[in-house]
Design a protein around this ligand. Sequence first.
Ligand code: 13P
Length: 252
Amino acid sequence: MRRTVIAGNWKMNMTPSEAKKFITELAPMVKGLDKCDIVLCVPYVDIAVACEAAKGTNIHIGAENVHFAESGAYTGEVSAKMLTEIGTEYVIVGHSERRQYFGETDTTVNQRTKAALAAGLKVILCLGEVKDERLAGITDEVVAMQTKLDLAGITAEQLKNVIIAYEPVWAIGTGLTATPEQADETCGVIRSVVRDLYGAEAAEEITIQYGGSMNDANARELLSKPNVDGGLIGGASLKTDKFTSIVLAANA
Ligand code: 13P
């Protein structure tokens, strides 16, 4: 049966000392809550400190992006091997903020995903429609196309290390949340594309998260939906009490 995964995406927040303090405070709060996997995706410079602070706890550490090349002249980028060597287990790829502000396309998202998987990282692959696409009634087509393009060339074996995060762009950081029904329906569309590409078993096994203003107040209802297997949480992952409430909702 597929795992529920509650992951924080800190974005460009928290210094290394703040990260250490946060994880030290969070660890006893989530201790023993084993009905979901708990992940914090943190800025590159926080990863080493975060891994150290999370040692011996049930908190796993991820990065927020990764480059597709093994090494080379890519100023400012970080390779998958650099991440694994310092203990990183997960990486977010294709976040809408990367697509929107840093020119990421489905092609580069696919390349980054492949490089991360080849290095042994677990990938949280983000996709989702923008507001105009939802209003135009083409959400299903948009997420289906992103799913196909972003997963191109990824084997069924590799897919076991992929989590898909459905993040409607209009719901990110806006306080607007998809209704539980919208989240369930669109996660279901993504699951049906995975079924077409990889078969029924893979579709049943893959974890599909919802992300977009998920918080302590709405998590339980969103997570109760059959196609929603967890959350990718921005703002509410920056407070230990709010994040713990979401982990508790996933353990209810
Ligand atoms: P918020 O939870 O702040 O809306 O951010 C969601 C997100 O982008 C997670 O990746």
